[in-house]
Design a protein. Structure first.
Lengths: 467, 294
């Protein structure tokens, strides 16, 4: 036979369970807006039954067996993969937007207009080869054009160095996160060693992993002792209770293990991948196209002006300036960064080699250069055409980065919503639970009351028959 | 059934509002700039077309200015040739008069003097300038091709001056003095010599007249050439104008915003924005707490 007082214990377990559930509900409600918080529930199970006779078992109530985080790790993996893509696309969109600002097209002040003005000045010179004013105007518009090349070139270098700075900031953040993961791993290990379930530490660790995923391709493996090993782009950042420092050089990511692990970074691998791609591929590509255009302009103009080998390898005879000078180059420099006008107005060779003041045949040759699509380095385009191709490339790159960012953003939003749907706190639900658990508590205390009544009858009234 | 949580609702509301706001900003940008393309990524292909059309229009404007300039040059040339032509006509009359045997030497000397005057007049026309350039001097545009007085040496050269009047199209604008002026001068000077040489100038009515006629024929042919070139320029000018119109139209089609459409977009987006705000405010506020009695 069970003890007389067993019912009190049963009711007490009910009260404890209801209290624990109320406690968890309160925890959930107060953390409804905590970033990275995962809602928790108390896991209840019937307490071991009492054998009261052969084949007769009596239930003894309920036990709280644990607190569980409601989380779907599959969604975490998907979300982190999309966050990585978003990190890369967002970085590239930001930078390409800046570059679009630098080239400032279509506008009346962009390089295209400066190039147009340059050709117009040559045309004017071909109309009036002897006029000092026209010559000076050509020197001015050529100087503006050279300045235009210089400005874009130097701004592209500035942006490139910004990517390097951003990259080292990103790596600092990654390494700091690595240290945090190490500390959390240690704390979780210690807590689990004494049998605790450190749900809130686990939340914090997941939150760090979420943050890290924007920097690169993240993988985490469970070590079975509560700690995890985290790799960024395949390079170990934190292994259990040890943290490593990541560094990047020439597009390769490595850590500071005794035998360092290395991995080549690809462009879609988060912010770091995006920045490396911008720094090593995208921006240098634009700069080199611009340099080719500037170089073609310099070499071709100088060959027609001062004589020498032109961009197609043909030897040009050059011309004569108004002051009788020969062999005076028009531009100095070799690319967009250092192109400059060195010719003075009277030295401009509008006339051919045998020319006299009214001769404009050399100027007409330069005028024809504007429409020349056979300049070898430009691969079938005119100078303006090659530039507009560069602008189109930048525009397309920016557009696809925008699209990639928008797509990744939509997916990140939708996955975050799905994760919220599983792990987030619904206040309505918690309120309902609050009511439910409160009633559970009340019911358990009513049961206690009933047993109390019984016992009171037993203790106070028994043996008092006839009194 | 999907669980709907509070953070989901607020995130969705926020994302939607930001989305509509981004659209509004982009429409606003188009409205205030009047341009469909404000940066290359708005429409990369359109941008390259816009750049191409802008350059074409710029080149076209320049070609029109070149044509204008060439046309003025030819007008100057034409006027000078006409004046030479009338002088040559007068010289022909004088030579015919001088060939008449009834004149005495004094009369002939007087005719010869007048021929010399005509030569100077022709050389003055031969020194015609356009915008500071001697039009008959070949590429020697800064020195007068002819000196006044007895010496008729041509100081210019026979080089052509070309103008660029279209993409890859150049046209010669000048007529050189050695082609048109020098033969007339030579014929007139020879006649004057023959007149002054005394006796019956047998050559006057024959070789001298023939030489002058040949020179005048060259002059007429030069006039015809100038006329033909002027026609070519007129055609080129009207073609360039039509082209510019077409190019401007294409540029506008490519890069200018359709204002009516953009305004309608803007109004629609404003309405959506306000609806999103209102819906968000209604959705976020209440929870079960508002309805549970304590």
């Amino acid at each position: 036979m069970p003890s007389t007082f067993v019912g009190i214990e049963t009711a007490l377990r009910g009260l404890n369970a209801a209290q624990a559930e109320l406690q968890i509900t309160g925890h959930n409600i107060t953390n409804a807006n905590t970033k990275g918080y995962t809602r928790q529930t108390a896991t209840l199970a019937t307490s071991p039954e009492l054998q009261i006779g052969p084949g007769v078992e009596m239930g003894t109530g309920v036990n709280v067996t644990g607190y569980q985080r409601i989380r779907d790790s599959f969604l975490d993996t998907q979300l982190r993969a999309q966050t990585m893509l978003q990190g890369s696309a967002q970085t590239q969109e930001d930078y390409l937007g800046q570059i679009e600002g630098v080239i400032n097209e279509p506008s009346d002040t962009g390089l295209n207009s400066l190039l147009d003005a340059y050709w117009q000045s040559w045309q004017d010179l071909s109309d009036h080869p002897e006029d000092p004013g026209t010559r000076q105007a050509l020197v001015e518009s050529a100087t503006s054009l050279a300045d235009g090349f210089n400005t874009i070139s130097s701004q592209l270098s500035t942006i490139t160095s910004q990517t390097s700075q951003d990259l080292s900031l990103a790596l600092d953040q990654v390494n700091a996160d690595g240290k945090t993961l190490q500390q959390l791993n240690t704390a979780i290990y210690n807590a689990q060693a004494v049998g605790d379930t450190p749900n809130d530490l686990l939340d914090q660790r997941d939150q760090v992993l979420d943050d890290l995923s924007q920097y690169g391709s993240l993988s985490s493996t469970d070590n079975g002792d509560g700690t995890i090993t985290v790799k960024l782009d395949g390079v170990t950042l934190t292994a259990g209770k040890t943290a490593y420092t990541l560094s990047e050089s020439g597009g390769t990511l490595s850590n500071n293990m005794t035998t360092p692990e290395t991995a080549t970074i690809t462009s879609t691998q988060g912010k770091i991948g995006g920045l490396v791609n911008l720094r090593d591929v995208t921006i240098p590509g634009y700069a080199s196209t611009l340099d080719t255009i500037a170089n073609t302009l310099i070499v071709q103009t100088n060959a027609l002006q001062a004589g020498g080998t032109d961009v197609n390898g043909v030897t040009q005879t050059g011309g004569v300036g108004l002051d009788g000078s020969t062999g005076k180059p028009f531009f100095s420099g070799t690319d967009a960064s250092d192109i400059a006008v060195v010719v003075t107005a009277p030295q401009i060779a509008a006339a051919s080699a045998t020319g006299v003041p009214g001769d404009n045949s050399n100027a007409l040759k330069i005028v024809a250069m504007a429409d020349d699509a056979t300049l070898t380095p430009l691969a079938g385009a005119t100078l303006s055409g090659a530039y507009s191709r560069l602008v189109t490339t930048i525009g397309s790159d920016a557009q696809s980065a925008q699209r990639a960012n928008t797509n990744a953003g939509v997916l990140v939003d939708s996955l975050t919503s799905r994760r919220d749907s599983v792990s987030g706190v619904s206040l309505d639900e918690e309120m309902t639970n609050l009511v439910k658990f409160q009633q559970g508590y009340q019911a358990a205390s009513r049961a206690l009351n009933a047993i109390d009544d019984l016992l009171s009858t037993l203790i106070d009234r028994t043996g008092r028959v006839g009194l | 059934m999907t669980r709907i949580t509070n953070s989901m609702v607020s995130r969705t509301v926020l994302a939607d509002i930001q989305n509509v706001q981004a659209q509004l900003t982009s429409t606003q940008e188009r409205l205030s700039s009047g341009k469909e393309i404000t940066k290359p990524s708005d429409d990369p292909f359109g941008t390259s077309r816009a750049l191409l059309f802008t350059s074409e229009i710029s080149a076209n404007t320049q070609y029109q200015s070149n044509v204008q300039d060439a046309s003025s040059w030819l007008t100057t040339t034409d006027a000078a040739l006409s004046s030479m032509s009338s002088d040559a006509g007068r010289a022909r009359d004088l030579i015919l008069e001088g060939a008449n045997g009834s004149f005495d030497q004094n009369d002939r000397d007087a005719i010869a003097d007048e021929l010399d005057q005509l030569a100077d007049s022709i050389k003055t026309a031969g020194n015609s300038q356009y915008a500071g350039n001697y039009v008959f001097g070949g590429t020697v545009t800064q020195t007068p091709p002819f000196a006044m007085g007895a010496v008729d040496t041509y100081a210019g050269n026979s080089a052509a001056i070309n103008r660029s009047i279209g993409q890859g199209v150049t046209m010669q604008v000048n007529i050189t003095g050695d082609q048109v002026v020098s033969p007339i001068l030579a014929a007139i000077r020879q006649a004057a010599i023959d007149l002054r040489s005394g006796g019956t100038p047998g050559n006057l009515g024959t070789t001298d007249l023939a030489a002058l006629d040949a020179a005048t024929a060259q002059l007429s042919s030069a006039q015809a050439t100038v006329g033909a070139r002027e026609n070519r320029l007129t055609t080129a000018a009207s073609r360039l104008q039509q082209l510019e119109q077409a190019q401007s139209q294409q540029l506008s089609d490519t890069q200018d915003a359709d204002m009516a459409q953009t305004m309608i977009d803007f109004s629609t987006q404003s309405a959506v924005y306000q609806a999103a705000l209102k819906a968000g405010a209604t959705l976020i506020q209440p929870s079960l707490m508002d309805f549970l009695s304590s």
